[in-house]
Design a protein around this ligand. Structure first.
Ligand SMILES: [Zn+2]
Length: 270
């Protein structure tokens, strides 16, 4: 490997490991300058400590691209979690059909709450008003009729489960309220980033290598468990959905990972 490829690999690793804010947040607002005071702890899986579990998660649907994510996971027979936005689900029959396709495969898919409004692009205001933000999540739970208590914050990699507390100061009041209301807040370990046009930045091969590397270096929040964040809209055209297929096939090819839904993640409160 040349020095330049090594440099590229390291720079990409840094981009992935330190991206705590989703690109959709970056597109709508300037990055929020917050001291990231984070408490993080590694937990041991109470399940099978020798297996490695991968949690594919797709955010922001139903959107263009959701259909490809569903079909590819179905064809490859891998489990995944869809974090859906109440507003996107409720605004059209097209959205409801995608939502129903996910619900029709409970053996493969978990459908979880990614808020009703996704903050309408006003992240700081949303997190500074934790009572109305909590109401937004409850509205999404009503619309999406979720049967699990797992939520993901819009544009922010906050965690709050029985075993993980990881957050920026800005979202902590909301995390406290969500926790008290019985929700588990689950973020991610690694994100497949996208361009301003919504297309994947890294290649499937690079992302699969990153997954291997994160397990090898124990760079995940819970030992032997890794959560991958992707966005439905990244895979809305054929060339890009082929990347998702390649990513999944590469991950399957070594027979070293078990794909799981996030309701199997260790340390969630019941
Ligand atoms: Zn989102």
């Amino acid at each position: 490997m040349s020095i330049w490829s090594l440099f590229y690999l390291i720079s990409q690793c840094l981009i992935l490991w330190f991206s705590a804010i989703e690109p959709d947040a970056r597109q709508t607002e300037q990055p929020i300058k917050q001291p990231i005071a984070q408490e993080q702890q590694l937990t041991q899986s109470p399940l099978d400590s020798t297996s490695k579990y991968l949690y594919l998660s797709f955010d922001d649907g139903p959107l263009f691209g959701t259909s490809a994510c569903i079909s590819i996971c179905e064809n490859e027979n891998v489990q995944a979690t869809f974090f859906q936005i109440g507003l996107h689900q409720s605004r059209s029959n097209w959205g409801k059909n995608l939502y129903n396709r996910i619900l029709s495969r409970p053996d493969l898919f978990l459908l979880s709450n990614h808020s009703f409004s996704h903050t309408y692009g006003k992240y700081v205001q949303f997190y500074n008003q934790p009572d109305s933000a909590l109401a937004d999540f409850k509205q999404a739970a009503d619309v999406l009729k979720t049967t699990n208590n797992i939520v993901r914050l819009p544009g922010n990699n906050g965690w709050r489960t029985d075993s993980i507390q990881f957050s920026s100061k800005m979202v902590r009041p909301l995390l406290h309220k969500l926790d008290s209301a019985g929700f588990n807040v689950v973020g991610w370990d690694i994100e497949w980033n996208y361009t301003k046009k919504g297309r994947p930045i890294q290649s499937a091969a690079f992302m699969a290598k990153m997954v291997d590397s994160m397990f090898a270096h124990k760079a995940n929040k819970t030992k032997n468990h890794l959560v991958v964040l992707m966005h439905d809209h990244m895979f809305r055209n054929e060339a890009d959905s082929a990347q998702l297929l390649e990513f999944i096939q590469l991950l399957k090819s070594g027979n070293q990972y078990q794909f799981a839904r996030l309701d199997a993640y260790p340390g969630l409160k019941k």
